[in-house]
Write a protein that binds this ligand. Structure first.
Ligand code: HEC
Ligand code: HEC
Ligand code: HEC
Ligand code: HEC
Ligand code: HEC
Ligand code: HEC
Ligand code: HEC
Length: 293
């Protein structure tokens, strides 16, 4: 089975405690993380939602998945989009009929959906139905199995990715965020679908390449909190390294990210900030133009 590298421990090790076990001692982190899109990345469909499984917390979209029979799952052809507040075609689908996945297809496509949207090892019940260990991206997706820590916190510590290098963090987050594109070459930075691969694009920016490992996902994002959607709140992170950027013309009061990390729309209902930080013309959020020196 093809699992993202950083999730490999999931199939080889047990010892997961579940997020609820962390709550008594890490109450504030638990509360914040429980309200994040990570925690809601996978849920059971709740009527009137269709299907059995709801993928996506709904910050942008929710895609529904059903089990058809012992060997097949269906990714529904219509997803719910927040920007439209209604159903429309699922990314990559041509009609509303949906796409059928064989459970043990060599590409393991349906298993991979569950692996990236849940925490810990996948298993199967007596009827060969997929059973995630824990729904959503919870504590042990990033900290590793922590049951031993729960039993004896003074002696056993789980992994703390805060100590990782910027490259290693790209790999940890990228185990899921570098989702292969549905079509085309994953290294084609001009393919708008690759705008959702933040680690790939960040690593291609001059800010990352020339800052000696000082720029990581954690420079701008809290790993436990919901996404900050006020773009101006990211200015402080830019100013850590660009205290007085030189602009030929006044740039007004817009946020740095509005111009240097412009929104890319691979389809009308989805938007991703271009993590390849650079200078862009307003007409093309994907092709950097050379900065004036
Ligand atoms: C019985 C209390 C308790 C429980 C339950 C608990 N922890 Fe901890 N945890 C601690 C203590 C105490 C520390 C050390 C705090 C310190 O040194 O400041 C700690 C530290 C940590 C650290 C930092 C490790 C480091 O080396 O920096 C992480 C990460 C962590 N816990 C994750 C978890 C996760 C995930 C869970 C649930 C699966 C969990 N903890 C459950 C008490 C607990
Ligand atoms: C186990 C897979 C996995 C790992 C590991 C992971 N993520 Fe995510 N992340 C997701 C999924 C799935 C979503 C989509 C949640 C949704 O909207 O349904 C997401 C969403 C996000 C969001 C957007 C949240 C929002 O409110 O829209 C941010 C920011 C993010 N992740 C940052 C990170 C960072 C930083 C790391 C590494 C420290 C990381 N992620 C590690 C799977 C993962
Ligand atoms: C390699 C890991 C990975 C796999 C495999 C994966 N996802 Fe995701 N998924 C993510 C991440 C990471 C995000 C967050 C994307 C973002 O906002 O940047 C996400 C976001 C989503 C969203 C929210 C809308 C959006 O496009 O951001 C939906 C819905 C979703 N995934 C459904 C699925 C379904 C259905 C499958 C299987 C067909 C699947 N995912 C397979 C990692 C994965
Ligand atoms: C998306 C990955 C991810 C998830 C999910 C996650 N953490 Fe963390 N956690 C991190 C990272 C990265 C750090 C290091 C933060 C830093 O140094 O800035 C961290 C740090 C910590 C620490 C050390 C103290 C601190 O805040 O710096 C504790 C304790 C902790 N996490 C507990 C938890 C618990 C409990 C959960 C679930 C409720 C959880 N984490 C979910 C990535 C994650
Ligand atoms: C950790 C430090 C760091 C952070 C944080 C950072 N940058 Fe940079 N940035 C750099 C370095 C280093 C360069 C390369 C300068 C050079 O080539 O001389 C750079 C280059 C740039 C360039 C020129 C790009 C090009 O293609 O030549 C722009 C524009 C830029 N940064 C904007 C931003 C914005 C906007 C933010 C916040 C969203 C940001 N940076 C955050 C370090 C950083
Ligand atoms: C220099 C600051 C910066 C860094 C570093 C950064 N991000 Fe972001 N990120 C942003 C901004 C700005 C947004 C857009 C927020 C919005 O539109 O509400 C964003 C949005 C996101 C989203 C939501 C979907 C999207 O693309 O708009 C995800 C997921 C995400 N970042 C993941 C990551 C991951 C994973 C890393 C590390 C590889 C990372 N980010 C590094 C600034 C940053
Ligand atoms: C209205 C769009 C806009 C906004 C807002 C903006 N910039 Fe720029 N930036 C540009 C353009 C265009 C250039 C190319 C040079 C020029 O024409 O001035 C540039 C160039 C740069 C450069 C490369 C020039 C150099 O100094 O080497 C950096 C770094 C930079 N901006 C950082 C920032 C930061 C940090 C912020 C937020 C405080 C910001 N920019 C806000 C449009 C913008």
């Amino acid at each position: 089975m093809l699992l993202p590298a950083a999730l490999a421990w999931a199939v080889t090790a047990s010892g997961y405690a579940g997020a609820a076990a962390c709550r008594p001692c890490h109450a504030a982190t638990f509360a914040a993380q429980s309200a994040s899109a990570h925690a809601g990345a996978l849920a059971r469909s709740k009527p009137p939602q269709p299907g059995q499984w709801a993928f996506g917390a709904g910050s942008q979209a929710i895609t529904f998945v059903s089990r058809l029979d012992a060997e097949n799952y269906l990714e529904h052809g219509e997803s719910w989009y927040r920007s439209a507040r209604s159903l429309a075609l699922t990314p990559g689908h041509r009609n509303a009929a949906g796409v059928r996945y064989r459970l043990f297809d060599p590409s393991a496509a349906i298993l991979r959906c569950f692996a990236c949207h849940s925490t810990g090892p996948l298993s199967f019940d007596a009827g060969e139905e997929i059973v995630p260990n824990e729904l959503g991206v919870r504590c042990e997706a990033c900290h590793g199995p922590a049951a031993a820590h729960v039993r004896d916190p003074a002696r056993v510590r789980p992994a703390n990715p805060g100590r990782l290098s910027a490259d290693a963090l790209n790999a940890l987050c990228g185990a899921c965020h570098r989702m292969p594109a549905a079509t085309g070459d994953a290294t084609d930075l001009h393919n708008p679908w690759n705008a959702r691969h933040q680690p790939l694009l960040l690593a291609a920016s001059a800010c990352f390449r020339k800052s000696g490992g000082r720029l990581s996902c954690l420079t701008c994002h809290s790993p436990h909190a919901a996404l900050e959607t006020n773009l101006a709140a990211y200015d402080a992170a830019c100013r850590r390294c660009h205290a007085a950027p030189r602009h030929a013309r006044s740039v007004g009061r817009q946020a740095c990210a509005a111009c240097h990390m412009p929104a890319v729309h691979p389809q009308p209902n989805l938007a991703f900030a271009n993590h390849r930080i650079a200078v862009y013309a307003p007409s093309d959020p994907l092709s950097p133009i050379a900065a004036r020196r």
